[in-house]
Ligand binder design. Structure first.
Ligand SMILES: Nc1ncnc2c1ncn2[C@@H]1O[C@H](COP(=O)(O)OP(=O)(O)OP(=O)(O)O)[C@@H](O)[C@H]1O
Length: 471
């Protein structure tokens, strides 16, 4: 008889095709041959052993879904201790294998003891064939399910390891970035909630990933949810999950992002885009650390580290009654501001170099270098789309240019509306007013950073704000 399952992998097609392999261990030869005839017709592979001595070596040779095990082997023995001993050995060797005991009438107490020790079921001698086949069928299904669960758990572990090792690292060495990374190192080991702010494309998500990577939760997942992309109707089911039949389309039960992130990190991106009436629902879960799936009345405890990000000024949104103050306090125990690329000085060239290497490799080209004028062009540009824009700009240059030295005309940088440097006015006061307004826009609510960028003191900046009626 051929054994189809000797090298199968459980999980999908082949496992679905399998009927199962059965090992029968009994010292009674007539029982063995009766079972062999009955079961060989139904299953892929049936092996009979008249003594348990080769049991473990047999399990090492083949995958069995079920072992049918007699409880007593020595003549006159009826304690079942031998059966219990071999049951433990089987569970040690093949934890997913189901053990069905063959017991004599009146051994019910022994059978119960065996069930407590990991047996799946028992059949009483003499058995009825239909009942025996039904018992074996359920035991096979249970064994397949255990294999499936083990396979999925292994896969999950691999995926988590893969995700955490394939992290992108933050490139740059400017004091501005170093300050951010120092903050990250300090907060990562704690479980405190972190709010990351900064313009689009500055690397907020990368900062969140770094916090997760350095945290003690790094064996688990960081789950990202784009709060700007989640529709209002799906908000609760996406975040908190639902039970089967909770609403028309809920054909299966589904766990929400909070549960998927359990014991790991939940990253709520674009938190400033969450409509105010949904903020209360989020706050309630964050406060109680418990959630209830839609359609269920059981609450589930959650243990997550929360990191949020936004490019909006949440304090201003609170003042405008667009964001709940209590939610803001809940999420911003630590606030990390990621500086825009234009404020990171030479990091522009370090990042440009990194992306030149990356895309030259990707498009199979020799890595070009930048001439002095091209470097100046990149350094002077304002980068409103920050690192994401720089990356796209370099990728485009690599694709379109065949030069070994890239010049300014290899980089198309969009003229910025309202850029003071593009102004046709040569009036110094008009220019100054625009520069001050731009610095205040770039660093909302941060007078020190705005003053530093303008190269003036805070006091001088306050005077200019007053003079030009800016706020
Ligand atoms: N310091 C860095 N080093 C290397 N790559 C970076 C760095 N910062 C950002 N990037 C890259 O720039 C892109 C944008 O980064 P990210 O998505 O983290 O920004 P973000 O601030 O979250 O953007 P958004 O506000 O649009 O969600 C990503 O491809 C990221 O890998």
């Amino acid at each position: 008889m051929s054994i189809r399952g000797a090298c199968y992998t459980f999980g999908n097609k082949f496992f679905n095709e399998m009927k199962g392999n059965i090992l029968i261990v009994d010292d009674n030869k007539s029982i063995l041959s009766a079972l062999d005839i009955l079961l060989s017709a139904q299953y892929d592979y049936v092996k009979c052993l008249s003594s348990p001595n080769q049991l473990i070596s047999e399990l090492q040779k083949h995958d069995y879904q079920v072992v049918l095990l007699d409880m007593n082997f020595k003549t006159g023995a009826n304690t079942g201790n031998e059966g219990l001993f071999w049951l433990r050995e089987i569970k040690d060797q093949s934890p997913a294998c189901s053990v069905v005991l063959i017991t004599a009438y009146g051994d019910v107490e022994l059978a119960v003891k065996a069930l407590k020790n990991g047996a799946t079921d028992f059949v009483l001698k003499p058995w009825k064939n239909a009942k025996l086949l039904a018992t074996i069928q359920s035991a096979i299904q249970l064994s397949f399910s255990r294999h499936e669960v083990n396979h999925l758990k292994q896969k999950e572990r691999e995926l988590k390891r893969e995700m955490n090792t394939n992290e992108k690292f933050m490139i740059g060495s400017s004091p501005e970035l170093m300050y951010v990374l120092k903050m990250v190192q300090k907060v990562a080991r704690t479980d405190t909630n972190v709010l990351i702010t900064g313009e689009n494309g500055t690397g907020k998500e990368l900062v969140a990933r770094e916090i997760h990577r350095l945290s003690k939760r790094n064996n688990e997942m960081m789950v990202s949810v784009d709060m700007g992309a989640i529709t209002e109707t799906l908000f609760e089911s996406e975040l908190f999950g639902h039970v089967k039949g909770a609403f028309t389309d809920a054909r299966e039960a589904r766990c929400g992002k909070f549960e998927v992130a359990n014991h790991g990190t939940l990253f709520l991106d674009e938190i400033g885009n969450l409509p105010i009436h949904l903020q209360a629902k989020l706050l309630s879960v964050l406060q109680s650390r418990e959630l209830t799936r839609i359609g269920s009345n059981e609450s589930v405890s959650i243990d997550i580290r929360l990191v949020c990000a936004t490019n909006k000024n949440l304090s201003q949104m609170v003042a405008d009654e667009l964001f709940r103050e209590d939610l803001l306090y809940r999420i911003n125990t630590i606030h990390i501001e990621v500086p825009p690329l234009r404020a990171r000085g030479n990091d522009i060239l370090v990042l440009a170099d990194f992306f030149l290497k990356k895309y030259a490799y990707k498009y199979d080209k020799i890595m070009p270098r930048l001439n002095r004028q091209a470097q100046d062009k990149l350094l002077k540009y304002q980068w409103p789309g920050n690192i994401r824009e720089l990356e796209h700009c370099i990728e485009k240059a690599i694709i379109l240019s065949d030069r070994h030295v890239l010049k300014p005309d290899d980089f198309y940088l969009r003229p910025l509306a309202g850029d003071p440097m593009d102004s046709r006015s040569l009036n110094i006061e008009v220019m100054e007013q625009r520069l001050v307004a731009k610095a205040l826009d770039t660093h909302p609510g941060n007078i020190s950073a705005a003053a530093q960028e303008l190269g003036i003191t805070r006091q001088t900046l306050y005077k200019k704000i007053k003079k030009y009626g800016l706020s």
